[in-house]
Design a binder for this molecule. Structure first.
Ligand code: ADP
Length: 159
């Protein structure tokens, strides 16, 4: 039984994230979406709000759960018996950073964990939470990028 974690900020969840979640849910027995609670960042949505949005957006997948975590990802993984990290790759600009993190996580975990990269669907290659936040902050409709209820939450936040 392989448990995978898909970690990120998800501020907020986009169709790009949901595409990766859908695809990984058919590859692994269990997928845990891990929302990073990083006090150094100043997110638009609180960690509770981000978790809540992800739970709603992933409710159709019965092997997907959503949690928040703090601290080092590999410590959380060890404590919860998770052996695989899932990350999405959009463009070559993601690659350098992701490669470095994946290799250091492998080293520090004494080669007990692996990172699996899923390449983004072409439809979502340009999409990021920060682009969504930027458009929403100017009152632009973002319902092509995020589920309707997330678009509503963004609209309220920037009103
Ligand atoms: P982080 O702050 O860790 O980058 P994000 O919420 O921005 O968190 O992203 C989480 C993961 O989802 C990362 O692996 C990122 O590359 C991936 N991702 C983000 N947007 C997309 C997208 N449009 N298509 C595929 N993967 C994506």
């Amino acid at each position: 039984m392989t448990k995978a974690i898909y970690p990120g900020s998800f501020d907020p969840v986009t169709y790009g994230h949901l595409d990766i979640i859908k695809r990984s849910s058919s590859m692994f027995d269990e997928v845990i979406v891990g929302v990073l609670n990083n006090s150094a960042k100043h997110p638009l949505f609180s960690v509770e709000e981000r978790v809540e949005m992800l739970i709603e957006a992933t409710k159709e997948y019965n092997n997907v759960s959503v949690i928040c975590f703090e601290g080092l990802l590999i410590d959380f993984m060890k404590q919860n018996d998770i052996s695989v990290i899932v990350r999405g790759l959009r463009a070559i600009t993601d690659f350098d950073y992701e490669l470095q993190i994946a290799q250091s996580n492998r080293k520090v975990s004494k080669e007990t964990i692996d990172t699996v990269f899923l390449t983004t669907s072409i439809d979502y290659a340009y999409l990021s939470s920060s682009i969504v936040r930027e458009y929403a902050s100017y009152g632009t409709d973002v319902s092509d990028f995020v589920p309707e209820f997330v678009a509503k939450k963004l609209e309220n936040r920037f009103r």
